[in-house]
Write a protein that binds this ligand. Structure first.
Ligand SMILES: *Cc1c(COP(=O)(O)O)cnc(C)c1O
Length: 461
């Protein structure tokens, strides 16, 4: 029966319900008021659409208001369980930080720091100095500077090197990266003039050579990151491009995207050239992200030629793109771990998850099921199945990492229903659906996720 809008009580009346009195004692009045208004507004909409079929009594209404209030006071940005197996999941925050990085964030957040002070002279220092020598030590670069993210790094570099001048780039490298980073758009913003050469599938050295003019300020190479062109293809290697640039006296820049500081091929992760190898080609400038394969916080790293980087340091734009102190603290702590490769692989979560062996994931699956099983209803069936995980973050899109997954089945529940219910838990759980099965990938499940997973699995009666 549709009782119509006149059955929905007024705000003042609702606030006088005895069941709401305790809410007003524990929460500020405007917050409770907001919850009441939201619930009443939603009921009015239901009513006007004729979807409010049952009448609502005082108890139901108070229940709805308590739930709404819980939502209003809960943080909007919160933790969740990533069971998708995508290690660098851009929508889920990309890289998790290593423990030393988390501790360093707290340290400089709770106390004053030497962010921009030189302790020997007592004069103003540079925030970039905290990571520059470390980056140079680890990569062999002459100089380095860090900014808010790689998009900012590319923007700053293009604007510093090529404003009002031509930048030559292959048509096969005019990429769009998730979250709307597009090379032609960044180029336009920077004030550089994009000069496209070659075709989508084939670009040759002579295409660059023919395009070079007195107006050329830069040869740009962009890592294709999140896609692959197969078949009749040709691209100019970074070595060839550097040689060409040298001959003509034009700097060469490579936006390599992911920025791996280790050769991970011995762990079965092939296809990503380490930053050090790029620099050995003599490329003048490299830009990469801090939170992809590097496994640090969101940041943009610019490495290379000392003169160019000192020019970028003076750009006014740098002030708008500058890295914040918490990020800097996390980046420095992450980079320090790279001094010892074993320590980096063991402690940096992104590297740990990428390099973990399938046998270890299978053992983890058995152990998790053993721990979860006694705490959930017998109507849910958990079993171990093999599959593949993805690196994510636009890195190595064609690489499959062999993994093990927990398949979750329950009588009367479709995988889509499980997915939706898990996603709406207080601590949401995200898995994936494959061939009619709801799956959780052990690769990206963290020890701290276990209680939330048990809670999600407790929806089955
Ligand atoms: C990811 C990526 C970017 C954007 O980096 P953000 O750190 O997300 O700003 C730019 N270029 C390439 C090639 C990338 O892979």
């Amino acid at each position: 029966m549709n009782k119509g809008i006149h059955t929905i009580p007024k705000v003042d009346k609702v606030l006088s319900f005895p069941a709401l009195a305790s809410l007003l004692e524990t929460h500020p009045r405007p917050t409770v008021l907001a919850a009441v208004r939201n619930v009443l507004a939603a009921l009015r909409i239901d009513s006007s659409h004729g979807t409010l079929t049952a009448s609502i009594d005082e108890n139901d209404l108070c229940g709805l208001i308590v739930k709404e209030l819980e939502q209003i006071v809960a943080p909007s940005l919160h933790a969740l369980v990533n069971g998708t197996g995508v290690v660098i999941h851009t929508n889920l925050g990309r890289s998790l930080l290593a423990k030393p990085a988390c501790r360093q964030i707290l340290e400089v957040a709770e106390r004053y720091s030497n962010l921009e002070m030189d302790m020997t002279t007592g004069e103003r220092g540079e925030r970039y100095s905290h990571v520059e020598s470390l980056l140079c030590e680890l990569t062999g670069a002459e100089a380095a500077i860090v900014v808010n993210n790689n998009a900012a790094a590319v923007l700053l570099a293009l604007s510093g090197i090529a404003v009002g001048k031509e930048v030559i780039v292959s048509r096969g490298e005019l990429v769009e990266i998730g979250g709307s980073f597009r090379i032609p758009d960044v180029m336009r913003l920077s004030g550089g003039i994009m000069k496209e050469v070659g075709t989508t599938n084939r670009t040759h050295l002579k295409d660059y050579q023919k395009a070079i003019s007195p107006e050329t300020a830069l040869l740009l190479k962009v890592h294709s990151s999140n896609f692959s062109v197969v078949g009749f293809t040709a691209e100019v290697s970074i070595e060839q491009l550097v040689r060409c640039g040298r001959e003509k006296g034009i700097p060469v820049m490579a936006d390599i995207g992911s920025g791996s500081l280790l050769d991970l091929s011995k762990y079965g992760i092939t296809g990503e050239t380490p930053v050090q190898e790029y620099l050995k080609t003599g490329v003048d400038i490299i830009t990469c992200s801090g939170d992809k394969m590097l496994g640090g916080p969101q940041a943009g790293i610019i490495l290379g030629n000392r003169e160019i980087i000192s020019k970028l340091r003076k750009e006014q734009l740098l002030r708008a793109l500058r890295i914040d102190k918490l990020t800097l603290a996390a980046l420095e702590a992450t980079l320090r771990l790279y001094r010892d490769e074993r320590q980096a692989v063991a402690e940096i979560p992104t590297l740990r998850m990428l390099t973990v062996q399938p046998t270890a994931l299978k053992a983890k699956a058995s152990s998790w099921i053993r721990r979860i099983r006694p705490r959930i209803a017998s109507s849910a069936t958990l079993s171990i199945v093999p599959g593949n995980s993805q690196v994510g973050g636009g890195s190595l899109p064609l690489l499959d990492l062999p993994t093990f997954l927990i398949s979750v089945e329950a009588d009367g529940w479709s995988p889509q229903q499980i997915d939706s219910a898990f996603r709406q838990c207080k601590t949401p759980v995200l898995g994936r659906i494959n061939k009619g099965k709801y799956l959780l990938d052990l690769r990206t499940l963290q020890e701290a996720d276990l209680p939330a997973l048990v809670q999600a699995l407790s929806i089955f009666p």
